[in-house]
Design a protein around this ligand. Structure first.
Ligand SMILES: *Cc1c(COP(=O)(O)O)cnc(C)c1O
Length: 370
């Protein structure tokens, strides 16, 4: 009988389920004997347009330097972020994806006994980074699939160190109104750090939408995270960042791996920020694709959760797992969200018009039992 290695892990780690990513195209091709070129993946909220042309050019130019370590301070990218949004370099923390920043926050500020508040149906990485360091996750029931900020404020205790808020939230697509957030921040004690995860903010088109950057100067305990994985189309390169009080950035910098963002990611991200035509086209394509999917769901008699992201959770009104399997057989990969407490929903990323159509046609066939 060998040693019980699981039993040696932190209790919080023993209770964790590993993050389940969207099924890769190659994996489905292998399992079902399908041609990868015939498969569409609408499962990981990736930008269907491919990377920004300016990012690809920057990567080409950076390739000969691959033998060198990247700039551990990410100076050029921080400068690009600073130019674009007006924050001092001392307020910027770069991450290997914004998930890296979430983990740095957990590692730097949490210990066993610390409590972390987040919402039911919120992003799966929040419980992972919390429990990985032995802290206690406090999950607050959602209201109409979205964050109930009043209940979240009420869940804060003297042991609370962090609050995670996703706006828009993944996988629900729900959002928080500016006034609601303002009222929330007024209630949170200053020693509780509030992490506003804005991974999808570039897709939000409403003029009066909540923008965490507007609150940074007035709320020293606010940390806003953003990513290049979604609207900027660089999911595979892994690069994101946080804007925070300089002292919070200093703390994160102490626990960060020295070279956590690679040189191609640094170059591509800085170039993407300049590619405003690409971003505008990504937003336009997303708006159109969202309308196309909503129209398709309407025709199929299905409900959905209104979304401001680049994805939408459709309500099948029955267990979604068999429908997910049926779609796989059709060569269409979407995302089951039973693990998020949503067994009747599937999360579908907005694709190109022809991909959205293929998904809707396949969904109609699967639902009709064809
Ligand atoms: C995709 C996503 C992220 C971004 O992850 P990266 O590590 O930057 O790729 C962060 N938060 C939420 C809610 C997401 O859905």
């Amino acid at each position: 009988m060998s040693c019980d290695f699981l039993g040696l892990a932190l209790p919080g780690v023993q209770e964790l389920s590993p993050y389940v990513p969207g099924k890769p195209v190659e994996e489905l091709a292998r399992e079902f004997g399908l041609d990868p070129a015939e498969i569409i993946k609408l499962a990981s909220n990736e930008n269907p347009l491919g990377p920004a042309p300016m990012a690809l050019k920057a990567i080409q130019e950076a390739l000969p330097e691959l033998t060198r370590y990247p700039d551990g301070n990410g100076f050029a990218l921080k400068q690009a972020v600073s130019r674009r949004f007006g924050f001092d370099l001392s307020m910027i923390t770069l991450g290997n994806g914004s998930n890296d920043v979430l983990e740095l926050l957990a590692r730097a500020f949490l210990a066993p006994g610390s409590e972390v508040v987040f919402s039911q149906h919120a992003f799966a990485v929040y419980p992972i980074v919390t429990q990985a360091v032995g802290a206690t996750a406090v999950q607050v029931p959602a209201r109409e699939w979205g964050h109930d900020l009043e209940a979240m404020a009420a869940a804060i205790t003297p042991a609370t160190r962090l609050v995670f808020i996703a706006n828009p939230n993944n996988p629900t697509g729900t959002w928080i109104e500016r006034a609601e957030f303002e009222a929330f921040m007024a209630q949170v004690p200053e020693q509780v750090l509030v992490v506003l995860d804005e991974a999808y903010t570039e897709y939000v088109t409403a003029d009066d939408a909540l923008n965490g950057f507007d609150f940074i100067d007035r709320c020293p305990n606010l940390i806003v995270t953003r990513t290049f994985s979604k609207a900027y189309g660089l999911a595979s390169l892994r690069v994101g960042y946080a804007i925070s009080h300089p002292q919070v950035a200093d703390v994160l910098n102490r626990v960060r791996q020295p070279f956590n963002v690679n040189s191609l990611a640094l170059a591509a991200a800085a170039a993407s920020l300049e590619d405003t035509a690409y971003l505008a086209e990504s937003r336009r394509a997303n708006r159109e694709g969202m309308l196309q999917l909503e129209q398709g769901f309407r025709e199929l008699g299905l409900g959905w959760i209104s979304s401001r992201g680049n994805f939408i959770a459709v309500d099948l009104g029955r267990e979604a797992a068999p429908v997910y399997q049926g779609l796989l057989r059709e060569g269409v990969i979407v995302r089951p969200v039973a693990g998020y407490g949503m067994p009747n929903h599937l999360r579908v990323s907005i694709g190109l018009p022809q991909e959205n159509k293929r998904f809707l046609d396949a969904l109609a066939r699967v639902l009709n039992g064809e």
